[in-house]
Design a protein around this ligand. Structure first.
Ligand code: 4AD
Ligand code: MG
Length: 478
């Protein structure tokens, strides 16, 4: 018999037929003679009920069906008399694939705290909540590839080990094979990286952008989808040390084209989840509502999860410049009443409280901010004629803050080289500058933080709960 997933059995139209399933016991009720087992194999949100009775199955086997155990069942699919399900499997053969001591199994048939589940990340995928999150994560990842394929983009691999720090924030993890207890030294007593594996300093990439630009300036439209690493010491609910980023890079796109693509892309991904993850999002919607009820009135979200997702799909994002945003903030109640923790003035790097005010209080919708002061943005961004700002864009989402960062790129060799000279990067980035030296072209791109997107779509408040094994300062278990 071909292997059947519970998802498939739940979709069957005809009853009274033989079926076979394997899965983990979520719950069991009943006596030693008859057990009602809720079985889940990860294929979908719903469990299937298995009826195991002593007329067909040995009692000592029935005894071993405990929460957490893994079983394989053959039997007949029949209509159920219970009110909670329309069908169940009447077991005629049962194999215990893996026993589980119910006293010791960490996951009980009750709600556990998210902290507890994070400490048990090796088992949390067996819960209803994490099953839903990771299925939605999968769907969004699949939709990323489908979207770009439909739009004529090529999937491009930027290296994970690099010698450059694309964002220039100095938050890289070093890659080395040197013996840290016996470091080779140069004559002037510095570490001699010539002796290291690559013969130079190397690190894990913070962004695949610079190499994606090389791809775009030959293939036209490319995107990366890979892990990126940042050693920033921020223990927040929106930061990970290892996260996945999607970075499209497009030749002949200017700033507005970049904004249009970012908006269209995000709406497509969210719509894909709404259309393809109905059960899981329905479950997460209820979970979200319960969580919101625990919060203070003024902190509760005005919309439910599904409502919020539909709203983003159906409404245009608000677009304005950084300068316009600063004016709004200066004119805002929290600024005038000194309620913001950080000061507001032209030139500041917007803090999360400022971004949240704009998105959640002022516009009440996603916002695209553009044309930031050049001092607070990366060297590769195209300079505006005003001499003060660059063609940056950030997309800000309710409850998340920045979900996308990007820009039109500086394609003028002189202007770019002036920047790399200032930063002492000209020699190291000779290959990057070469693309401006030979056949330069206007081009743009952006980076979407995949976990922030999954966070938004699943309504989870902590980013560590939307990646299977989160990496954060002082935390690299599993
Ligand atoms: O704004 P960032 O730093 O932009 C770049 O890296 C550009 N090179 C992208 C490009 O233009 N190709 O990061 C992009 C996005 C952020 O908007 C955020 O969603 C996410 O990556 N991000 C993080 N997500 C989780 N944990 C972190 N520590 C993150 N840092 C950035
Ligand atoms: Mg950014």
């Amino acid at each position: 018999m071909p292997k059947q997933q519970i998802k498939q059995i739940l979709a069957l139209q005809d009853f009274e037929m033989p079926v076979e399933v394997s899965g983990w016991v979520r719950n069991r009720r009943g006596s030693k003679n008859v057990a009602f087992v809720h079985l889940n194999d990860g294929s979908c949100q719903k469990n299937i009920q298995i009826v195991v009775d002593a007329a067909h199955i040995q009692e000592d086997l029935i005894k071993k069906i405990s929460i957490g155990a893994c079983i394989k069942v053959s039997g007949t699919l029949v209509a159920s008399q219970g009110s909670e399900q329309d069908r169940e499997i009447l077991a005629t053969r049962l194999i215990i694939l893996g026993e589980s001591d119910p006293e010791k199994y960490p996951l009980q048939a009750k709600a556990h705290s998210m902290e507890f589940l994070r400490e048990n990340a090796h088992l949390r995928t067996r819960t209803a909540t994490f099953g839903a999150i990771f299925r939605v994560r999968h769907a969004l990842g699949f939709a990323v590839h489908q979207y770009f394929n439909e739009q004529g983009f090529y999937y491009w691999q930027s290296p994970i080990i690099t010698a450059s720090d694309a964002e220039g924030a100095g938050e890289t993890f070093r890659v080395t094979t040197l013996d840290l207890n016996k470091l080779p030294k140069t004559d002037d007593n510095r570490i001699d990286y010539k002796e290291d594996f690559f013969g130079r300093e190397a690190n894990l990439t913070v962004s695949g952008q610079l190499e994606a630009e090389l791809g775009a300036l030959g293939l036209g439209l490319v995107y990366t989808f890979g892990p990126t690493f940042r050693a920033e010491n921020s223990n927040t609910s929106r930061h990970l040390s290892e996260f996945w980023m999607i970075e499209p890079e497009m030749a002949f796109y200017e700033a507005k084209d970049n904004q249009d693509l970012a908006e269209n892309f995000l709406r497509y991904l969210i719509k894909y989840a709404l259309d393809n993850c109905k059960d899981d999002l329905g479950f997460l919607d209820q979970r979200f509502a319960k969580e919101e009820q625990q919060k203070k009135k003024e902190e509760q979200s005005e919309m439910g999860l599904l409502e919020k997702l539909r709203f983003v799909v159906e409404n245009d994002f608000e677009r304005l410049t950084y300068t316009e945003a600063i004016d709004i903030l200066l004119d805002s109640k929290p600024h005038k009443k000194k309620k913001f923790k950080y000061p507001v003035a032209w030139g500041i790097d917007l803090q999360s409280e400022h971004e949240r005010f704009l998105v959640e209080k002022h516009f009440k919708k996603p916002v695209i901010l553009s044309d930031y002061p050049k001092e607070i943005k990366a060297f590769y961004m195209k300079q505006n004629d005003d001499g003060k700002t660059v063609r940056a864009m950030d997309v800000l989402f309710p409850g998340i803050g920045e979900i996308i960062g990007g820009s039109q790129r500086e394609e003028n060799l002189e202007k770019l080289k002036q920047k790399t000279d200032e930063l002492g990067l000209t020699e190291e980035l000779w290959w990057y500058l070469d693309t401006r030296r030979f056949g330069t072209a206007p081009h743009s791109g952006f980076g979407l933080g995949f976990e922030r997107l999954v966070q938004f779509v699943t309504g989870l408040s902590n980013i560590r709960d939307v990646i299977p094994f989160p990496r954060a300062p002082l935390s690299a278990d599993f």
